[in-house]
Design a protein around this ligand. Structure first.
Ligand SMILES: Cc1cc2nc3c(=O)[nH]c(=O)nc-3n(C[C@H](O)[C@H](O)[C@H](O)COP(=O)(O)O)c2cc1C
Length: 196
């Protein structure tokens, strides 16, 4: 069964990204995927402390909830990451997870010696984000971060769903077409993985 990890990066449980991600998760499940939901705000996760024990073992030395997420990502074929825009970047919860995944980058690139472009990525990723404003550059910095993060965990940025002018909890409910797009993207992601 295709395993997908869905990462909720907003501190708001019923916020706009959460509602969109829930739709994508439902779509992925409808296609038969096994989806593990990771709610970052519920986890105890230290930021990266640059101990670099991962250079020896391929794993992070910090014993906290990241260890399980690391295993889940390794076992997955698909990733759905949802984060609101906070100061033109991902949320702090999301960034902490990203930095801890440096251990995965070290494992594949330094320990296993895989060079960029040697093989096609192991995973496909869907990124969902929202912001309050309507600026043209609202997602520019974040997309750079997400693209590089996905690359570090051997994941192709398969699709991004980016929505402007969503601020208050539930604003996305005024746009059923966004929710439908997320639902469809969850289905299409699993289809794309299965067709490979
Ligand atoms: C700390 C913080 C920083 C924010 N920074 C931005 C920003 O730089 N640009 C923007 O358009 N919206 C910004 N927002 C608004 C959120 O992106 C917006 O409220 C979004 O709908 C929250 O997503 P959620 O409902 O999934 O939590 C910020 C909100 C917070 C709390």
């Amino acid at each position: 069964m295709t395993k997908v990890v869905a990462i909720y990066g907003s501190p708001r449980r019923e916020g706009n990204t959460a509602l969109l991600l829930r739709q994508a998760v439902q779509g992925a499940r409808e296609m038969g995927a096994e989806v593990e939901e990771v709610v970052l705000r519920d986890l105890k996760m230290s930021p990266c402390l640059e101990i670099y024990e991962c250079k020896n073992t391929g794993r992070c030395a910090i014993q906290d909830d990241f260890q399980k997420v690391y295993d889940s990502i390794l076992e997955s074929r698909g990733l759905i990451l949802a984060s609101p825009i906070f100061f033109y970047a991902v949320s702090a919860h999301t960034k902490i997870l990203m930095d801890r995944c440096q251990s995965l980058w070290v494992k594949t690139n330094w320990l296993e010696g895989r060079r960029d472009g040697q093989s096609s990525p192991q995973r496909k990723g869907l990124f969902i984000s929202v912001g309050a404003t309507k600026g043209k550059k609202l997602f520019d910095g974040t997309l750079l971060t997400v693209r590089y993060y996905f690359e570090a965990i051997d994941c192709e940025l398969w699709k991004s769903l980016l929505y402007r002018q969503l601020d208050f909890e539930g604003d996305v409910l005024k746009h059923p077409e966004y929710l439908e797009e997320a639902h469809q993207a969850g289905k299409d992601l699993v289809r794309a993985i299965d067709e490979e």
